[in-house]
Design a protein around this ligand. Sequence first.
Ligand code: CA
Ligand code: CA
Ligand code: CA
Ligand code: CA
Length: 333
Amino acid sequence: MKNLRRFQISCSLLLLLAAVGCTTEDVKPTVSLASNVERFDYNNGQATVFAVLNGPVNQEIAVELTFNGDASLNQDFTVSNEVIVVPSGQDRGFIVLTGIPEADTAIKQISITIKANDAYIVGAESSITLELQDCTGDRDGDGVLDCDDLCPDEPGPPENGGCPWLGLFINEILYDPPTGIAGDSNGDGTRQPQEDEFIELYNSNPDLDISGYTISDLDGVRHVFPSGTIIPSKGAIVIFGGGNPTGGFGGALVQTASTGLLSLNRGGDIITLRDDQGQVLDVFDINNFNDRAAQSLTRVPDITGEAFQEHSTVAESGGRLFSPGVRLNGESF
Ligand SMILES: [Ca+2]
Ligand SMILES: [Ca+2]
Ligand SMILES: [Ca+2]
Ligand SMILES: [Ca+2]
C-alpha cells in the first residue's frame, strides 16, 4: 500500500481555489509483466500474461501493451484484451493469449511490452517474450514432442529430455587447494595440499560402468577406478587426492586416488581421462591456467559450458571456492 495512496491536496478551500483550479498529485503504481508459461501451442494452447503492481490501486487502471515479434496478433494468436485492466482494490490484472491452429508451425516469438502511460510507472520487468510452438510436432524426429523437448533441434533420448548425451567428462578440478582450513575440500578437518586436490566428473550417459577407467597426469596413471564403479546417469563422481572425505557431496560417488595422490602440478600438468580400452575421453591442460588459482576451475555453466573459470568468480557460486560433487550453486546434479 505504501506507494499507492492517492494524496490530494486538501480542497477545503475549494471555493477559494476554484478560480485557479484544485490540483492533485498521485503516487503512481509501478507495473511489471509476468506470465504463467514461456511457450504455448498453436493448437489452441493458452498463456496468461499478468500486469503486476507493487500494491493495490484505489481506482481501475488500464495497462497498455505493444505486441511485437514474428508471431502476429490475430493470425498466429488472439488476446482476450489488448490492454490489461487492473480493477480498483487489486494489485494485478491479466489477459489470455490463445494460439490459432495453422499450417505454418515454425516457432514464433511474441514480445509484449508495457506502453508508457501517465497512470503508472513502467517497472524493471517491462517486457516478456513468449514462444508459440506446434506441440504435436517433433522437428528433430527423436520421439520427444517439441514442447517437451529441451533440445528441439537436436535428437536425443527421452530419458535425457530429448537432448544428446555428452559423454563422461571433467566438470571441475582443484589443483591448488586454498591455504588454511578454507582449502579442506574433502571435509576431513585438515587442509593437506595433496589430499584436498580433486577432480569432479559428470556422466552424461545412461548408467555407466567405469571400472578400469583411469586418470593420468604427465607422470603416469594416478587413479584406476576400482571394479564395480558405476556412475548413475546424470550423476557425478569426485576423486580426491586422499584423506578421509567427509560429507554428503550432493550424493555423488566419492573415491580417493588409487595411487595415494593425484599430484596435480599447478605449475603445468595435463590431466587425461581414459576408458578401460585406453581411449581418451577428456583432457584438462593446467598450462592454460598457469596462474595459481587457490580455488577450483569449473565449467560455466555446469555440464554444458565449454570454458572453465575460477569457481568463486561465477555469480551463482555465492563466492564458494569449490563444489565437489555438486553444482556451482551447491545443488545436487
Ligand atoms: Ca523432438
Ligand atoms: Ca531433441
Ligand atoms: Ca582435507
Ligand atoms: Ca562442482
